[in-house]
Design a protein around this ligand. Structure first.
Ligand code: FAD
Ligand code: NAD
Length: 402
């Protein structure tokens, strides 16, 4: 029998873990595996708030895909997926078309702008290595620009839209970075403003216990972060944002962290989507096309209570394990194993040495939570690259030059 053709789209958390598990478990001649990704590296989104603010080097947030996969077992194709054709079982790339017997879609998410005018044009968002390099350089540029134009104090105003986990983690890092930038550019720290605008009455996502939310906001306020709560960004312009209370904040930097939606390619391919994400069956397959497995931010997995689990790296990794196993079971004619999410908890960084979160039901905060967050990062590096990767990305990591 000819080996089955398995194509994995996206080398994020879901895609890379599926690939790594498959290369470990397959028998010779069982399948060919092709992994497609638009960059030749895998990046850890959970780390991006730091290089975005400039408190860590972006090299510590990425790993070459060739260091993760066994190229005798997996063919890596660096290309961008243009179209998925599930009826024809084909995928169109920038420079090629691949056919498959089984497809794994792990193309992640896109920024959700809710149609807010001007956001796409004028705001930056934290979603890739390229985007965070841009944000870091823009931030530095604003300090330099202010020194050349000291009448423009708004160059030193940073507006962050959305105080969910992404917004909060970034704001915490940015607040840590500002004193360094002030020293480098001879700027009075009192002139710098970080304003986190949030539509809900509190920062941090609903579901986090109230006392932890208060703790988190208190840490941020101590660092100089100003909140505008119960206030939505309604429009974004080149020089600032218009808020739901009518105020216009002039700002040199606007970061949008108001939410995400699934990769648009799924909707374009005719999958039934909700905010770009596909509701999957118990085995993480599309209901419409059972030869298509969907992982991570592209998928919706329902909890036993009937609500969708939040899209995060934790669930994407577990989905990668399940998808690899079920692909093998499919080929071997064994009954598939339903996906069961094992929620271990959530910890959000609040900047250097500070974090809040829950481990199962146990609340954690402060230095201890920050240590747990580091351990979660280390565990993931161990999972994909063993101790050498922890060594490279956490111990002998790349240093920032300023
Ligand atoms: P991703 O990890 O986003 O990977 C998608 C991959 O597909 C990428 O490699 C991308 O380059 C590639 N790709 C996309 N489009 C194409 C294309 N057209 N062609 C080819 N390749 C393509 N979750 C947590 O659990 N803990 C955290 O601490 C945490 N922190 C976060 C911090 C930030 C700043 C952000 C933005 C998210 C964070 N999340 C966190 C959420 C988490 O990152 C996502 O849920 C997770 O990355 C989803 O994994 P994924 O495999 O679906 O997609
Ligand atoms: P999110 O959807 O969780 O939060 C977006 C926030 O923006 C919400 O609080 C929302 O009320 C606010 N918002 C929306 N529109 C607004 C507007 N017009 N004006 C002002 N505020 C507005 O998005 P996120 O924070 O990017 O997180 C995305 C996913 O990634 C989530 O599932 C999250 O759990 C996960 N994540 C996890 C971690 C972690 O575990 N440490 C870190 C980052 C992200």
């Amino acid at each position: 029998m000819k080996p089955a053709k398995v194509v994995i789209l996206g080398a994020g958390y879901g895609g890379v873990v599926t690939a790594i598990r498959l290369q470990k478990l397959i028998r010779s001649g069982e399948m060919t595996i092709t992994l497609v990704n638009k960059h030749d590296y895998h990046y850890m989104t959970t780390h991006l708030h730091m290089p975005a603010a400039g408190t860590d080097h972006h090299e510590n947030a990425r790993v070459a895909i060739r260091d993760l996969i066994d190229e005798r077992k997996i063919q890596f194709v660096k290309s961008t997926v243009q179209q998925i054709l599930p009826t024809d079982k084909k995928v169109v790339l920038t420079d090629d078309t691949l056919s498959y017997d089984y497809l794994v879609v792990g193309l992640g998410s896109e920024t959700e702008t809710f149609g807010i005018p001007g956001l796409r044009e004028h705001a930056m968002s934290i979603h890739s290595i390229n985007s965070v390099r841009f944000i870091r350089q823009h931030t530095q540029y604003m300090f330099a620009k202010y020194k050349m134009n000291p009448q423009h104090k708004e160059y030193l105003t940073f507006v962050v839209g959305g105080a969910g986990f992404t917004g909060t983690e970034f704001v915490g890092e940015l607040a840590d970075r500002i004193p360094v930038l002030c020293r480098t550019y001879d700027v009075d720290p009192a002139l710098v403003q970080i304003i986190n605008v949030e539509a809900s009455p509190t920062a941090l996502p609903p579901g986090l216990p109230n006392d932890l939310v208060e703790y988190g906001m208190e840490v941020m306020r101590r660092k100089g972060v100003q909140y505008k709560l119960s206030t939505a960004i309604q429009a974004c312009e080149a020089d600032g944002v218009r808020l739901s209370d009518g105020q216009f904040i002039r700002a040199g930097t606007i970061i949008w962290s108001g939410g995400v939606r699934g990769n648009a390619l799924l909707q374009q391919a005719g999958f039934d989507v909700q905010r770009g994400r596909v509701k999957v069956d118990d085995y993480l397959r599309s209901w419409q096309y059972p030869d298509v497995f969907i992982t991570g931010d592209c998928s919706i997995v329902m909890s036993p209570e009937g609500t969708p689990y939040p899209a995060n790296a934790q669930i994407a990794v577990q989905q990668g394990y399940n998808t690899a196993r079920n692909l093998l079971y499919t080929l071997r004619g064994k009954p598939l194993r339903p996906f069961a999410y094992d929620y271990k908890g959530t910890v959000a960084s609040l900047g250097r040495g500070e974090a809040v979160g829950t481990l199962k039901v146990k609340k954690v905060k402060g230095k201890f939570a920050a240590l747990i967050k580091k351990m979660i990062d280390a565990r993931y590096l161990f999972l994909i690259g063993g101790i050498p990767l922890i060594w490279k990305k956490m111990i002998f990591k790349q240093k920032m030059s300023n």
